[in-house]
Write a protein that binds this ligand. Structure first.
Ligand code: PLP
Length: 367
């Protein structure tokens, strides 16, 4: 297989014929919400068996032209990533641990039988588009540019086998604070009817198919008046795994934390990994071990469990206030954000935004 790992990918810059005028852009980013205001550019890189990765382009964002037989439309050979560009106090654009996203992207690619993209090309593609579209950074508290790298199988072929042509793309979206009023505690519905990922399946890969399968359980949770769905393991329907797009942590009255272990059915979150490291540095004990739904209820009722929170790039850290299932409902702590949750969240946000010491070198400055 041709591979560009040993020589850097050159990007062609295609000038934008008609970028969004400054006034229209200012209106769009004044209250951008999440995932609906897109910037002027996109990155595309092609892959085929003969040439490997080639044709890297930073150009105008626009519709794709795909053959209706292309493999992604039929067999869902698709993976993606999600990360944010932040603006530091001195105006520098910065990323948080992007090389971890690059690595995870390639692990997802391995699971979906797709080619690996050199990590440097992944990060360079992001650097190029963020710098090109930096004027889209929203002037709102907690704002960011949400970065969506993804790869699709583009070969026109209806046989079932890994495709022989792929396209990697990066698009950007101006994002406001995920939750308008800081981060209120969410209410979650524990699904006993649906599971997200089975042993040996694709739970640890960031692929669109996992999300497609989570839409009905999520909609059921919302229809019952909850904010998020929580999935249990597929084999015993007993062990708490994660939410549709966020990892979970449990905080106990002795100050220790528990988070479900990465056994292949849980998405290995970079926020999760960062919080484990930060909590341990604070002197807290963090155990990666299975936690049963019945135990969660018993511990919440006895007061041994004082807090629970979900975490991920989009919403950072979100307190869980209420948990419900067919077996009834229970409240965690006071039902609002707990102290450990709040402290870890504030410290992580401070590192990401460059206002706290970055002793791990997690922040990558782009200019
Ligand atoms: C992306 C994702 C997460 C969070 O990962 P981060 O790297 O922290 O953003 C958690 N669970 C699922 C299912 C995800 O897709």
């Amino acid at each position: 297989m041709a591979d560009s790992a040993d020589h850097p990918i050159d990007f062609t810059r295609v000038p934008h014929p008609a970028p969004v005028p400054a006034e229209a852009r200012a209106r769009a980013i004044a209250d951008p919400g999440f995932g609906k205001v897109f910037t002027d550019h996109m990155v595309t890189i092609e892959w085929d068996e003969d040439r490997g990765w080639h044709g890297a382009t930073l150009g105008p964002r626009g519709p794709l032209s795909l053959d209706p037989a292309c493999a992604v439309l039929h067999y869902a050979q698709e993976i993606f990533e999600g990360l944010k560009a932040y603006k530091l106090a001195d105006g520098t654009m910065a990323l948080f641990r992007p090389e971890e996203n690059a690595r995870r992207f390639n692990r997802s690619a391995d699971r979906l039988a797709m080619p690996n993209l050199p990590e440097e090309a992944f990060v360079e593609a992001i650097r190029k588009i963020v710098l090109a579209d930096r004027e889209w950074f929203p002037p709102v508290d907690g704002g960011s540019l949400y970065i969506r790298p993804f790869m699709i199988a583009t070969e026109a072929f209806l046989g079932v086998r890994p495709a022989k042509q792929y396209k990697f793309l990066v698009i950007l979206s101006a994002a406001g604070n995920y939750f308008k009023s800081g981060s209120p505690a969410v209410s979650i519905w524990v699904s006993q009817d649906y599971t997200r990922a089975a042993p040996g399946g694709t739970g640890a890969a960031k692929c669109g198919g996992n999300y497609a399968a989570s839409l009905v359980p999520h909609a059921n949770a919302v229809a019952r008046g909850h904010d998020q769905v929580c999935f249990l393991d597929a084999a015993e329907h007993r062990w708490v795994e994660e939410l549709g797009g966020m990892n979970l942590f449990f905080v106990f009255d002795d100050g220790s934390l528990v988070t479900p272990p990465l056994t292949g059915t849980i998405l290995p979150g970079i926020t999760r990994d960062s919080l484990i490291q930060m909590a341990r540095e604070e002197g807290l004990t963090v155990r990666e071990e299975r936690y049963a739904i019945d135990q969660w209820r018993a511990d919440a009722e006895s007061g041994r469990l004082t807090e629970a929170f979900a975490c991920g790039t989009a919403a950072v850290v979100t307190p869980v206030g209420k948990v419900a299932s067919h077996d009834g409902e229970f409240t965690i702590g006071s039902g609002g954000p707990g102290q450990t949750t709040q402290r870890l969240r504030d410290r992580l946000v401070a590192i990401q935004r460059g206002t706290a010491d970055d002793k791990h070198g997690w922040v990558m400055r782009l200019d």
